[in-house]
Design a protein around this ligand. Structure first.
Ligand SMILES: [Zn+2]
Length: 461
């Protein structure tokens, strides 16, 4: 079966690439300061793609912003499992246009990659779902799984309305598993399933000692300096290796499984690669040894002071500043709860305010981390299908950032497998200039998803 499928997909690739090119040609940037007409155009393009394929119940699901999510379905039988296929049709702005070697909204093949904004993130995800559906229908007809599509229109601008869309349409979207095709492979040619995502807690704090800034010669000495005080408070949050010192902060941390640990080890991440990719200065010593790099990135929380303001660099005079400001963000590791962690962070700082200074906190909406159930049979089948399609074993990887959608699916559908796949790779430069998709993996990805559909259909529900 695999060889015949491989041939069919290979023959159809020129057409799939044309479909991808057509989507890339629409600058569907979902940021308010860009023309939102193009997001609507791109929703319509996805809709007509689905119409031409004969999918049913095609409709726009609109969040408050109006940026349409496209829904469609290709159903077979109630006896078959139902998989919800997620991707997004909006894109990031082109960034610095002068750095693009080809026009950002014209998909152009050069060598083994196709260049253009959205080629990898995430218009390739849409075409992968579309092509795999077409392939499994050709192969199994009505004996394949039920497939539902949800193609979001505002992922890049923060998915603000996605929770509402899921909640209002929970019955329509009901499914046994979700495939989120918006992530990527650890390296090109290396099939990868992302099993964890980190979450986020963030607060802004202001520490104040006087009503206004004062002449430091006339006033400093008796009056405490909010700048130093805030620095000490922030410094008390971590030890010299960056470990967070808030009591019980990591109590709920989910440890990596043996399988995940072995997978991380097999990825061959070295300190040299890591330092080079991150542009780390030669004499800077990392917080963890080489063997713990990926665990630290994917499975541990990390605290970053993302902004600080005490007076301003431009007007740095001999002034005792009235206040000091900082924004503190913590990437949360799998198992941790964003609300709880934000509370703990605030309480810890409040207890350390010196000299009775005024302390103000603003909390941001956090994001919970995410863990996939790697024991579920669908997870194993996806892992096998990907290994089969790429011709090399599937790796389990983590992601240090957040994807709110994954957690929203979990909240809406409960404990079903949410499989995070995708076609980005370290060279794809998603969100940057000269974004591209690696063409051999475009084929591998379509084949993998088709094989997965076939494997879950075999036994029925
Ligand atoms: Zn994306």
């Amino acid at each position: 079966m695999k060889n015949a499928l491989e041939r069919n997909i290979n023959q159809s690739i020129p057409r799939y690439l044309d479909l991808l090119k057509a989507l890339v040609s629409i600058p569907s940037i979902s940021f308010d300061n860009f023309d939102q007409k193009y997001v609507e155009d791109s929703a319509n393009a996805v809709k007509s793609l689905f119409e031409q394929a004969g999918f049913q119940n095609i409709q726009f699901l609109r969040p408050p912003s109006g940026r349409a999510t496209v829904y469609a379905e290709s159903l077979t039988s109630p006896d078959q499992p139902t998989v919800l296929l997620y991707a997004h049709h909006d894109v990031q702005p082109p960034m610095r246009t002068e750095l693009w070697d080809t026009p950002p909204f014209e998909a152009i093949v050069k060598g083994d990659r196709i260049y253009g904004r959205g080629t990898a993130d995430d218009k390739a995800g849409i075409i992968t779902h579309f092509a795999a559906t077409e392939q499994v229908r050709n192969l199994l007809g009505n004996k394949g799984p039920n497939l539902k599509f949800i193609i979001e229109g505002e992922e890049e601008s923060g998915s603000a309305g996605f929770a509402q869309i899921l909640k209002e349409n929970a019955e329509l979207l009901k499914c046994d598993a979700v495939i989120v095709a918006d992530l990527g492979n650890f390296a090109k040619g290396t099939p990868s399933i992302t099993t964890t995502l980190r979450g986020m807690s963030a607060i802004s704090v202001t520490l104040r000692a006087t009503k206004a800034p004062l002449h430091s010669g006339s006033w400093s000495g008796p009056i405490p300096d909010p700048g130093q005080a805030l620095c000490k408070m922030i410094a008390s949050l971590t030890d010299a290796s960056g470990n967070i010192l808030i009591p019980h902060f990591e109590d709920k941390l989910v440890k990596p499984t043996q399988e995940e640990l072995e997978s991380y080890k097999s990825l061959g991440m070295t300190e040299a690669i890591f330092r080079n990719d991150g542009g780390v200065l030669n004499n800077v010593v990392l917080h963890v040894p080489e063997s713990e790099l990926l665990i630290s990135l994917w499975r541990k929380p990390s605290l970053v002071v993302t902004a600080m303001e005490i007076g301003s660099r431009k007007n740095a005079g001999n002034v005792l500043q009235d206040s000091a400001y900082a924004r503190i963000g913590i990437r949360l590791a799998p198992g941790m709860d964003a609300e709880e962690c934000t509370d703990m962070l605030i309480d810890f700082l409040k207890e350390r305010v010196p000299n009775g200074m005024e302390f103000q906190v603003e909390r941001e909406d956090g994001a919970n981390p995410f863990v996939t159930d790697t024991e579920h049979p669908f997870f194993k089948k996806m892992s096998e299908a990907m290994g089969d399609a790429y011709g090399t074993p599937t790796k389990f990887i983590g992601c240090g950032a957040s994807i709110p959608g994954a957690e929203l699916f979990r909240n809406t559908f409960g404990d079903i497998p949410i499989l995070l796949t995708g076609l980005e790779d370290p060279e794809c430069n998603a969100h940057g200039e000269n974004e591209s998709l690696y063409l051999p993996d475009f084929e591998h990805g379509i084949l993998a998803e088709t094989l997965f559909f076939a494997s879950i259909a075999k036994e029925g529900k």
